[in-house]
Design a protein around this ligand. Structure first.
Ligand code: GLA
Length: 693
């Protein structure tokens, strides 16, 4: 075991003692309220039962060309036979513009690139809603922004209903019966169990969005009772929280009939790496449960998806969904997504890179603007996260290990935090009422946020320098950079690498801002800027000292991604995972965070939950668990020709807007339909085969 470096060296010790004399409260200060910023439209709050139900309808319909070209030709069974016994039915009363018509395309633009189609095996499809459109999950949470607060519970999806045992320790779920994958193969418990046993429980596999056994509670088991019934057994009573983990992206099963034959457990010739990569981007027509199937891929150009003829959702008139025949994903940049959506050559964007807000707002305010732009609440936030593992996660070398030890020191984290001028950092992205000082922890304005429980250490460069002096980090060689004490990392300059994602201007701008602001501290922060995919891999593998990143839904909703609020399991947390011995070397305050989060998961008492999150916020911010940077609102941009876009849809809350707006219900009125379909009147072909048929 290495000694913490700040415990070494006599002179350093003296200095630290004198520094510890600075009372903690001198570093804290009044947190200014975020500038007022009103969301531009409010959701209509309803019950889940107002949105959907599962039932058989007297008749079903599909686009006329599907009947004439496929069903009549005998290559596709009639629509009623393709649908489950009781399809998921969207109620007309909840459709903002009512029953839709078939046709047209939603033209997405994305900045990511597909690694392949093995989503549950850990491959990214390039984000921006591709995977959200392909994958259907046991439950669904994106649209919950419109559910009445006192009725908040995940919506049914592939799991059409569930029942708790009397003692609350078992949960029996009924799967939708008779639903089929897009190639016609039956969806059933075998798909669910393959996901659970061979992708979640098999730790050689890392599902893309980080599902691990602990995501569903330590000791939780799952079994299939029959093809359409599964049974969960939990250690705690009524952990309703896990219903959120059964939504996107941690419980969306893949097509076992296609994936299983490639999995090493069933295929002795394959390694886990081969399993993960068995479905490269060129592989077409991967069977999905989602509304659209990938049918064309041109590298650095486009992914085209066509309607899934077996999709298992309908409207109340029996029209099989989706209404939109095609989906495009232009492979470009995230900044281009904004530009194209505003200009009308793309149809959709989550405006989330604050640098472009003023220009996007100006253009969208014009009457002739092709797209609607609507701001929501401040749910986009960035933090500087320090790698807190000192027991080997990511295999640090001597220098990196010394940084890990520093990261684990509260005075060090405080010093870094108060050396950051958050006001200036936010304004460097965009001027105006958008960005707000973000001290870390839960975002201001969200349900569980409590200002009184938030400890704020304001900008104070002088005190930051004093804290580092106190840690015996002194510039011994006069080059302007502080050195490690002798005996630690060879007394070298303190150099810290900062990981950030080059796919987003905001990520690198904020990272560069941090680097510049830390210069007067005598710390050399070195940019380690990587493309999204490489960044994801390095972050997952723990190969970073520091990481500036956009945070996940747990900081907004708390109930989504809850297990990631603290290192509740060996692989659940973004910046502190298990080291080489399989354990997480929790700091004492982290143990408190873990206990608080576990207590939150174990109770459904709202008052108790609010209290626990106050504690969480206090422990988090007092200990500078991560260095909050800035928080700001996002705007949803959708081309004006689309109907059924729900009011007040946030770009991010329980999930991204691509889920929130329920795309399978979105349509384009006939008189507004464009001529964008690249493969009109075709359906997906056989798995692996090229092109639509
Ligand atoms: C990326 C984008 C987000 C959103 C998500 C969907 O992260 O930046 O705006 O589209 O993909 O997964």
């Amino acid at each position: 075991m290495r000694k913490p470096i700040y415990a070494l060296g006599g002179a350093g010790l003296l200095l630290s003692v004198s520094m510890l004399a600075i009372p903690a409260q001198e570093l804290t200060g009044e947190l200014p309220d975020p500038p007022a910023f009103a969301a531009q439209s409010e959701p209509v709050f309803v019950s889940v039962g107002d949105i959907l139900e599962y039932k058989a309808l007297p008749e079903y319909h599909e686009p006329a060309w599907v009947t004439s070209k496929y069903v009549d030709a005998g290559t596709l069974p009639p629509v009623a036979e393709r649908l489950p016994k009781e399809p998921l039915v969207y109620k007309i009363g909840n459709m903002p513009d009512g029953v839709g018509v078939y046709g047209d395309t939603m033209r997405h633009v994305i900045g990511g690139r597909p690694e392949g189609w093995n989503y549950i095996g850990g491959q990214s499809q390039g984000w921006g809603g591709i995977d959200i459109g392909l994958s259907e999950c046991l439950t669904r949470t994106g649209p919950l922004f419109t559910i009445k607060a006192d009725e908040l519970e995940p919506m049914p999806n592939l799991a059409k209903s569930w029942e708790w045992s009397e003692d609350g320790k078992t949960l029996t779920m009924k799967l939708i019966e008779g639903a089929k994958w897009s190639d016609g193969d039956a969806f059933d418990a075998e798909d669910v169990m393959f996901y659970w046993e061979d992708n979640i429980l098999d730790t050689n596999v890392s599902p893309l969005n980080g599902g691990t056994p602990e995501t569903f509670g330590v000791g939780t088991t799952l079994e299939a009772l029959d093809p359409y019934t599964i049974k969960w057994t939990f250690q705690e009573a009524f952990p309703t929280q896990y219903l959120y983990a059964m939504a996107y992206g941690t419980f969306c099963p893949g097509p076992s009939h296609i994936l299983k034959p490639q999995h090493p457990k069933y295929n002795a010739d394959n390694t886990y790496e081969e399993y993960k990569n068995a479905f490269p981007p060129e592989y077409m027509n991967i069977p999905v449960m989602g509304a659209w199937v990938p049918v064309e891929y041109r590298p650095d150009d486009i992914i085209v998806m066509r309607r899934n003829p077996y999709y298992w959702k309908v409207d109340e008139n029996g029209n099989q969904l989706p209404y939109l025949n095609e989906m495009h994903y232009r492979l470009s940049t995230w900044a281009d997504r904004d530009v194209q959506a505003v200009a009308g050559s793309g149809d959709f964007s989550n405006l989330e890179q604050a640098e472009s807000y003023v220009e996007a707002l100006r253009r969208s305010a014009e009457d002739s603007a092709p797209a609607r732009l609507q701001f929501g609440a401040r749910t986009i936030g960035y933090a500087l996260r320090m790698n807190l593992s000192a027991n080997g996660w990511g295999e640090p070398d001597e220098r990196a290990q010394a940084i890990r030890e520093l990261n684990r020191n509260l005075d060090f984290r405080k010093a870094i935090s108060i050396a950051v001028d958050r006001q200036r950092l936010g304004e460097s992205l965009v001027r105006g009422p958008f960005t707000a000082i973000y001290p870390g922890g839960l975002y201001a304005g969200t349900t569980y946020y409590d200002k009184a429980s938030t400890v704020y250490y304001p900008f104070n460069l002088e005190a930051a320098n004093a804290l580092l002096d106190g840690l015996n980090l002194v510039d011994t060689d006069g080059n302007g950079i502080r050195n490690f004490p002798e005996g630690t990392a060879g007394g070298a300059d303190v150099e810290i690498t900062l990981l950030a994602n080059t796919d987003y201007g905001t990520d690198t701008n904020l990272a560069e801002g941090v680097i510049a602001q830390l210069e007067p501290l005598g710390i050399r922060v070195i940019a380690n800027f990587q493309s999204g995919t490489a960044r994801d891999d390095m972050a997952q593998a723990g190969q970073f000292d520091w990481h500036v990143e956009r945070q996940g839904a747990e900081m907004v909703s708390v109930v989504q991604g809850t297990a990631g609020l603290a290192p509740t399991g060996p692989r659940t947390h973004p910046f502190h995972r298990a080291g080489t011995d399989g354990t997480v070397d929790l700091l004492p305050f982290e143990q408190e965070l873990v206990d608080t989060v576990n207590a939150f998961i174990a109770t459904s008492d709202n008052a108790e939950r609010a209290e626990l999150m106050k504690q969480y916020q206090h422990i988090f911010t007092e200990n500078v668990y991560s260095v909050g940077l800035t928080q700001y609102p996002g705007a949803l941009i959708v081309n004006k020709r689309f109907a059924n876009i729900p009011a007040g849809a946030p770009i991010f809350m329980f999930n991204w807007a691509e889920d929130n707006i329920i795309r399978e219900r979105v349509f384009v009125p006939e008189d507004k339909q464009g001529d964008f379909e690249l493969h009109p009147e075709t359906l997906p072909g056989a798995p692996g085969g090229a092109g639509p048929v």
